[in-house]
Design a protein around this ligand. Structure first.
Ligand code: SAH
Length: 352
């Protein structure tokens, strides 16, 4: 068992079972032993890789989409260019490089990064030294907000509930025979899940992300009031149904209770919950990542980059293009949604 596992076993033995969300929060962000708090997990040698780490094209095209949205909204200045959970900072660095030639864009922007991991903040500072860091979206400036979130919402802790008649039993993490194990709380009606009684039956499992509503409503209110847009990319679907909790270690699936703090834990993103919390701002149609990137011209960009490559570099460039866009790879599993003001259009690549 990991050091964090021992701490959790002792705590649960003392104070009782904890919710899955509390378990995930400690596994990911415990200051001493949390997965993100203590390491850089990305890349070939790490536990998983993400779209911006696969190819520079990803961040370039998203940066250009945001720059076009900024032009379409009349080039507001000054404005905030923000990212939630920037990882190594690769996406933002690629977006900034690609938008250098957009007249006025760089003069008008300040970069704001929302990141809780000190290790990843340090990695981001190497690529984007002029950024300002925040622990939460609450501290983003009151200014036009152009925002990116790639694989951010999937890292937020979730609770899981199994339907029992018109009530729910919550999945808890407890201790049996000295080991962590899952159990279910006693059945209770839960007002928060009232609307899920319509689309579930006895025995179905639903997930609820605690932090999502306030994050989405905070950024949506800024976007509606000051202008801007948010491009949110993640894996998941319109409504979460069933158990999507996943642990990844060394690019392989793992048991989520086996090595607390040493494996990445994620859950599918419930895009309907994002849409439900946009307030007066509008949201776009949910669009597969492959379609979004094709609309932004990824194939033309890939061809242009390919002219300068040969041998292994060319082979891996072609594989990266396929990996980002093909329906059998990330093209369909990952989805994109925007939040934009009620008086503006979605950014290029997305439709109302
Ligand atoms: N967007 C990056 C990294 C995705 S991993 C990429 O595509 O490569 C998730 C990121 O979100 C990490 O940077 C992690 O440290 C950060 N993160 C997780 N929970 C967070 C929270 N509650 N607040 C701020 N950042 C968080």
């Amino acid at each position: 068992m990991t050091a964090l596992g021992d701490l959790l076993i002792a705590r649960i033995a003392r104070t009782g079972p904890i919710s899955l969300a509390d378990y995930m929060a400690d596994c990911l962000m415990h200051p001493e032993h949390g997965y993100y708090a203590t390491r850089d997990p990305f890349g070939a040698a790490g536990d998983f890789t993400t779209a911006p780490e696969i190819s520079q094209m990803f961040g370039e095209l998203i940066g250009l989409s945001l720059a076009q949205a900024w032009i379409d909204q009349g080039c507001p200045a000054p404005f905030t260019l923000a990212e939630l959970g920037p990882g190594r900072g690769t996406l933002m660095a690629d977006a900034l490089r690609a938008t250098k030639a957009v007249p006025g864009f760089h003069d008008a922007l300040t970069v704001h990064l929302v990141e809780t991991s000190p290790v990843l903040r340090a990695a981001q500072a190497k690529l984007i030294p002029d950024a300002t860091w925040h622990d939460s979206v609450d501290h983003l400036p009151d200014a036009p907000l152009f925002l990116i979130a790639n694989e951010f919402f999937d890292a937020l802790p979730i609770r899981q509930f199994t339907r029992d008649g018109d009530a729910w039993r919550e999945k808890m993490v407890g201790v049996t025979d000295g080991k962590l194990g899952f159990g279910l709380s006693a059945a209770a009606p839960i007002a928060l899940l009232e609307d899920r009684l319509a689309d579930t039956k006895d025995g179905d499992l639903v997930e609820h992300c605690l932090a999502l509503p306030s994050i989405v409503s905070t950024i949506s209110a800024k976007i509606e009031m000051h202008g801007g847009c948010a491009v949110i990319i993640d894996y998941g679907d319109w409504q979460s149904q069933g158990d999507t909790l996943q642990a990844l270690k060394s690019q392989d699936h793992a048991d989520p209770l086996a090595t607390p703090g040493d494996a990445d834990l994620t859950a599918h993103v419930d895009f309907a919950a994002i849409a439900a919390n946009t307030g007066l701002a509008k949201f776009s149609r949910l669009t597969p990542q492959g379609v979004f990137l094709e609309r932004l011209g990824i194939t033309q960009r890939a061809q242009a980059l390919a002219t300068k490559l040969s041998g292994d570099a060319l082979t891996s460039h072609i594989a990266a293009h396929r990996r980002l866009t093909h329906p059998a790879e990330m093209g369909d599993l990952f989805k994109v949604i925007s939040i934009h003001p009620s008086n503006a259009n979605p950014p290029p690549g997305l439709e109302a």
